[in-house]
Ligand binder design. Sequence first.
Ligand code: UFG
Length: 345
Amino acid sequence: MRVLVSGGAGYIGSHTVVRLVAAGHDVVVVDNFGNAKPAVIDRLEALTETNIPVHAFDLTDKDKTEHLFASEQIDAVIHFAGLKAVGESVQIPLDYYQNNLESTFSLLRAMRRHGCSSLVFSSSATVYGDNAPVPYQEDYEPLSAASPYGRTKVMIEHVLRDVAHIDPVWRIAVLRYFNPVGAHPSGTIGEDPQGIPNNLMPFIAQVAVGKRDRLQVFGADYPTTDGTCERDYIHVEDLAAGHVAALNRIAMSNSPIRTWNLGTGTGTSVLEVIHAFERASGRTIPYDVVARRAGDLPAYWADPARANEELGWRATHTIDDMCADTWRWQSENPHGYEDAAPPDE
Ligand code: UFG
């Protein structure tokens, strides 16, 4: 299949590109490079030993999106592109609603006009809101989210349901990610956050490599085993494999839309992540316990049974694997893609 990967230069998108090529697909990338570096593409071409066509524009541009579909024969789309920082979304909500929704509308219209009906959409565990029983199961309703970022995911899930309902030719996979971490085992692609990392694993990695002094642990008084929050960390390589499995599944499916959790089914605490990273890196991670971060839930993880059964997919990497691969990426590219040597030097 010729697969368009929107946000293909981003963290999860880039790892998925590698998996798609390995599975025999042709890949076309569209990315506005707002939160990704062009150097990612060189790394991807080296890793996959293929030439990857790249369209550098924002999908909110309807004319360019239309032109892309007119010029490339696209069979399926994996839609990662979007703004994704929870805290930032509270500060600039209109940008989040406009960017994430309009890019999806533009994509859906162009797909429909050009007879392309297979879509894999990046959703998030955040759509389960504050009250869903743990482990989270796909049928839980109503969807809700505590941030504008999360609400764009809820809204797009509803848009996709409505579109699939009235036009059952669609084949849509909605994938709800838990906490993606880790990097490609080659150490050549990984997560490259701009500025101060919002998320736990990249922050720990930057402390380990000496870029930041100390980690702040947001709360140790939660009703959990060690008092710190528990999350379902999933290796980005497992996540990428889940996208390829979902693409195969919808190609054979009779139903226009289906939702799958992509998680391991296990909760890991903040302190457990810190200790796993210390083992993987051989470095001490100094930390201070500080106040809780607003909006954090104490503990949640996925019920991955539906994805295990229907996609024939299962997360296989442990938290130690996730830390080892994050450390390889971080230690070999201390400043991310910015000033690292090209892979063949
Ligand atoms: N944490 C710290 N210190 C830090 C950063 C995080 O202690 O410097 C803690 C948080 O309090 C939380 C855990 O580490 O308990 C994980 O936090 P992350 O920010 O890494 O991840 P979240 O679970 O908060 O966020 C994830 C995704 C979001 C998604 C959200 C809700 O990154 O995209 O889950 O599902 F919206």
